[in-house]
Design a protein around this ligand. Sequence first.
Ligand code: ATP
Ligand code: MG
Length: 569
Amino acid sequence: MNMEAANAADKPAEKTVGKDFIRNKIDLAIKDGLDPQSIQTRFPPEPNGYLHIGHAKSICLNFGIAKEYGGKCNLRFDDTNPVKEDTEYVDAIQEDVRWLGFEWNGEARYASDYFERLYELAEQLISMGKAYVDSQSAEEIQATRGTLTEPGKDSPYRERAVAESLDLFRRMKAGEFPDGALVLRAKIDMASPNVVMRDPVLYRIRHAHHHRTGDKWCIYPMYDFTHCISDSTEHVNYSLCSLEFENNRELYDWVLRTLGLFPSQQTEFARLNMNGTLLSKRKLIQLVTQKHVAGWDDPRLPTICGLRRRGYTPEAIRDFCERIGVSRANSRVEYSLLEFCVREHLNKIAPRLMAVLNPVKVIIENYPENQVDWFEMPLNPEDPDQGSRKVPFCRELLIERDDFMENPPSKFHRLAPGKEVRLRYAYYLTCKEVQKDANGNIVALICTYDPESKGGGTPDGRKVKGTLHWVSARHAVKAEARLYDRLFTQDDPEEGLAEGQDFTTNLNPDSLSVAEAWMEPALAAYKPGDRVQFERLGYFSVDPDSTAERKIFNRIVGLKDTWAKIAAK
Ligand code: ATP
Ligand code: MG
C-alpha cells in the first residue's frame, strides 16, 4: 500500500468571516421592517437526476436561511418536463434533503400542482394582449430571435387577434395539434437588448405522459413562466438561484408584474464547481448509463447518495457548504476542502481500530505457541465515552508490508532487521531475521518481543520511534477494502478535449482498487453505514452490499497526518 496516497492532500480552511451578501440583504430588509418569520425560501430541483454536492450548496443556503431567521423553506419539484422526469428521482431527492438534516415546510410541492393555475394565468395574459399563439416552427422562432448585437424579428403571428389566440390556445390544450405545431409566446419586445425578453415561449405542445398528472395535459409550461408563478403562489420572497438565471430575472419580474401577482424576488449566486469532478446531472447520468460507475450511489460520484455510501457525514457536507460561502463570483473549489471537512468530523466521531491491508507475517519466537493476550484498547483515546474493545495478541501477527524494510534508509523508523518498534497498545517488538521463499520473496519476519513492555512502555524507559498497527493472524477477520482515488485525472475533466472526445476520456482508470483487509475481530460487528478509522490507513465505512460473512469497507478518506496521529503511545 502506498502510504503517500493514504496521506491525501490536506488543506486547512478558514470559516467564512461575517455574512454573505444574501444574508446581508435580508438583514437590511429586517432593519426596514421585514418580519423574519415571513422569510420564505424554496429548493426547486428538477426531478431528472440525483442531487449532487452542488445542490447541497443550494440546500444549505435555502434551508439554512429559513432556519436561521425563523422563516420557512419549501421543497418544490420543478416537474414541467414530462419526458425526463421520474418518481425514482422524486423519492431520492427527498431522502437526500432529509439526510442532509433539513425538513421542508409542509408537504413537498410540485410545479405540476399549479398546472391549472398556470393555464388560467396564461389565458389571462392572452386576454390582456400580452401573449399570442405563434404558428412558426421552433426553427423559425430560433432563426428570428436575433443576436446579442442585432434585434429579433417580429413573428408574422404577433398581431393575431386575442380571440383567435385564445381559441388556438384552448385547442392546443384539447389536444388538437401535434407536438411543435404551435406555441404560446409572451408579447414583450423583439428588440430588447435582453434576448430572454424577445417574446419568450411560455407553453409548448408535448403529447407525453407526466409522472404525476398522467395524460391530463398535452401542453406544458416553460421554466420561465412556471418558476416565477410557483414562487409567487408560495409567497417566496427570497428566490435564490444560480447565476445562469441572471438574464431571466427581467422576465421573472415581467410576468409577476404584468399579472399583478405577489412580487417574489430572485437573487442569483455562483454555483459550485469542484476540481476533479463534474457537477451536472446530465453528465452524471452519462457516467451511470454508460456504466463508467456502478450506479448513482457509486462512492466515487459527487452525488449526495454516492457521498453517503462512501461514508461522508451530513455534518461534514454542511460544514463544507459553510466554508465555501456564497458569493456572486464563479470559482472552482478544491476537492480536498471537502475531504478536509470530512476528516475533521470523522476525527471526532469515528472509533479507531486496526486492520492490515497488505500484510506480511510476523512470528514472535519467544511468545508461547498457545498463549493469547487480550488487550483492552480504547476505541478513541481522545474520547473515552466511546468505550473500548478487546484485541487478541498471539505468536503470529500480521503487519503492513510497507512497515518493514530490509535495508532501510536512516530516517525509517519502522521495522527492519535489528530494529525495535512498538506494536500499538501491546508490546515492543524486535526483528531478528527475514524468512524468504526460493524466489527471494519475504514470507515472514522472525521477531522477539519484550514481555516487560506490555501496554507500550518498559521499566527501563527506553524509547522506540515507530508504532505499528497489527492484527493477530489467527484471529484476523477478512474483508474487502475498496480504495478510491479521484474519478478524473485532471482538475477540469472537460479541458483540452480533442475533436470527438468527451469528458469520459479523462476518467481515471485507477479510481477504484480493491484490496483484502485483515481486521481485528471487533470490526466484524460493524454494520452497513458505520464509520471507523483503520489506524494509520484512513477512515472507512461499511458498505451496504456487505454480508454477514464478508464485509466490504469503503475508504472514505485518508488520514491527515499518518505519523503525527500515532504519537508515542
Ligand atoms: P444540473 O446542471 O446539475 O442539472 P440544475 O441547476 O439543472 O443542475 P436543478 O434540479 O434545476 O438542477 O437545481 C435545483 C437547484 O439547485 C437550483 O436552484 C439550482 O440553481 C441549484 N444548483 C444546481 N447545481 C448547483 C451548483 N453546482 N451549485 C449551486 N447550486 C446549484
Ligand atoms: Mg435545471
